[in-house]
Design a protein around this ligand. Structure first.
Ligand SMILES: [Zn+2]
Length: 142
């Protein structure tokens, strides 16, 4: 089960230690090599930025090694990926709005078997907060 957590409000080192942040450098978080280099532009259809990111990721000659390293960073899926957009679990059927979800899906496809329990726990998890603002607030202006 590969989770993505929204790091908003995570200011304590202890909180942060449990998360593999994969966004841009911001608010004291170190930027990740697989952070999204693309920013949403006004007027872009929703998802444009994510499509660019997906292509960028798949074109990386080092993708296999990058994903393997990320999988290690997460302690084989025990630590969630952190970003500023969503709280979600890979494979939970939630709309993909965040590059961290793209990464989570790729980790799941490569390293984690799809288990029925992932669905069950996703159903029991609290609903995502209704987000104000932009659909993809990645980067938080930083
Ligand atoms: Zn994000």
């Amino acid at each position: 089960m590969i989770r993505v957590v929204n790091v908003k409000g995570m200011n304590k080192p202890a909180d942060r230690a449990g998360v593999v942040y994969c966004g841009r450098p911001f608010a004291g978080w170190k930027g990740h090599a697989l952070g999204n280099p693309f920013r949403p532009k006004p007027g872009d259809p929703i998802g444009t930025c994510l499509e660019r990111y997906r292509k960028w990721l798949l074109a990386r000659p080092t993708l296999d090694a990058d994903l393997a390293a990320l999988w290690e960073e997460t302690g084989h899926g025990t630590k969630p990926l952190g970003c500023w957009c969503v709280t979600a679990t890979a494979g939970d059927g939630a709309e993909v709005v965040c590059h961290a979800q793209v990464l989570a899906e790729m980790l799941r496809e490569r390293f984690a078997a799809v288990t029925p329990s992932a669905r069950a726990s996703a159903a029991g998890s609290p609903p995502a907060e209704p987000g104000g603002g932009t659909p993809h607030a990645d980067g938080a202006s930083g």
